[in-house]
Design a protein around this ligand. Structure first.
Ligand SMILES: Nc1ncnc2c1ncn2[C@@H]1O[C@H](COP(=O)(O)OP(=O)(O)O)[C@@H](O)[C@H]1O
Ligand SMILES: [Mg+2]
Length: 302
């Protein structure tokens, strides 16, 4: 295992059995992958494809049926290594009657942090995940988005080198999702290694350097996101302020070089971009409403 390899799995497999040892679910089949220091690695796959199982095997919360995982230079089953790992589970089980400060203080105590370090760490984390305004509210009053944030703060309490995030954006609205993705990218800038799993394609595309695509417990694809998504034989040109004559000239050049124009039109933005720009605009100018519909609905008479 090289210096820069943080996780290496070798033929890692997990078969679940029911209580009587009869029914079998082959949740993960002979997974081979490596995660490198400082990257955001994504496990992508539909529900039931083995993502959570993989994360739990890396943490040593589950024992593999066969194969092994080496994490931070130690066997995954050696849970002592988890002192350097942060984990955001699919569902965080937090004490409802504690507030954000008390919750984080509780977890900091589990890591034997001295009082002053604890106070500073808790304060910094609450600000980092954007819960400053809600730091004294009981967690039972928290929205789904706020719960996800406090879960992330809890995962970061020990200043881990490796962070495992199980569906970090689940249940979040577009703004919460964007903010969670930005928090993940900031952690990467700090030099952390991050493994996240998701069934949401856009999340993975936006933040991950490399991905593994799982389907029914099998690795189907592995690689750099930009390379996997590059369409090799298509060239994209974007220009602003090009006249009709200019566009015609571009078409002529393409034809002269035996190319084929696949598309030349005005780009559309994504609904996420549109939504976020509307929200930003309403914060800047509260009380403004849409005056007319942008284009008439199809069935409307003029
Ligand atoms: N504790 C368990 N006992 C039996 N089967 C399980 C258990 N946990 C998960 N499974 C099964 O293993 C498969 C993979 O599950 P999981 O790793 O949770 O997938 P994902 O996180 O990709 O949705 C699924 O078919 C699931 O039903
Ligand atoms: Mg899961």
């Amino acid at each position: 295992m090289s210096e820069t390899t943080v996780i290496q799995t070798r033929s890692l497999s997990k078969v679940y059995r029911d209580f009587w040892g009869r029914q079998k679910v082959r949740a993960l089949q002979a997974l081979d992958l490596e995660v490198h220091r400082g990257e955001v690695f994504g496990l992508l796959g539909p529900n039931g494809s083995g993502k959570t199982t993989t994360i739990k095997l890396i943490l040593g919360l589950l024992f593999p049926t066969s194969g092994e995982a080496v994490v931070l230079g130690r066997q995954a089953t050696d849970v002592g290594k988890n002192e350097r790992i942060g984990y955001l589970p699919e569902e965080s089980y937090l004490y409802r009657f504690l507030n954000a400060e008390e919750t984080l203080d509780f977890y900091a105590r589990l890591f034997d942090m001295p009082a002053e370090t604890r106070r500073q760490r808790v304060d910094a984390l609450i600000k980092q995940v954007g819960l400053d305004q809600a730091r004294r509210r009981q967690l039972q009053e928290y929205s789904k988005g706020m719960t996800r944030r406090i879960g992330l703060a809890q995962a970061l309490i020990n200043d881990p080198d490796l962070i495992l995030l199980d569906e970090p954006t689940s249940g979040l609205d577009p703004i919460g999702t964007r903010e969670m993705k930005d928090m993940i990218l900031r952690l990467k800038d700090e030099g952390k290694t991050i493994v996240m799993c998701s069934h949401l394609l856009a999340d993975v595309q936006d933040v991950c350097d490399r991905i593994a695509i799982l389907y029914q417990g099998e690795l189907k694809q592995l690689g750099r996101v930009d390379q996997l998504l590059t369409v090799e034989d298509v060239t994209q040109i974007r220009a602003r302020g090009l006249s009709a004559a200019g566009q015609q000239e571009v078409r002529d050049v393409i034809a002269r070089h035996q190319g084929e124009v696949l598309e030349m039109n005005n780009p559309t933005t994504t609904l996420e971009e549109l939504f976020l720009s509307i929200v930003r605009d309403s914060e800047a100018r509260p009380g403004r409403r849409a005056a007319v519909e942008a284009t008439p609905a199809r069935d409307e008479k003029p």
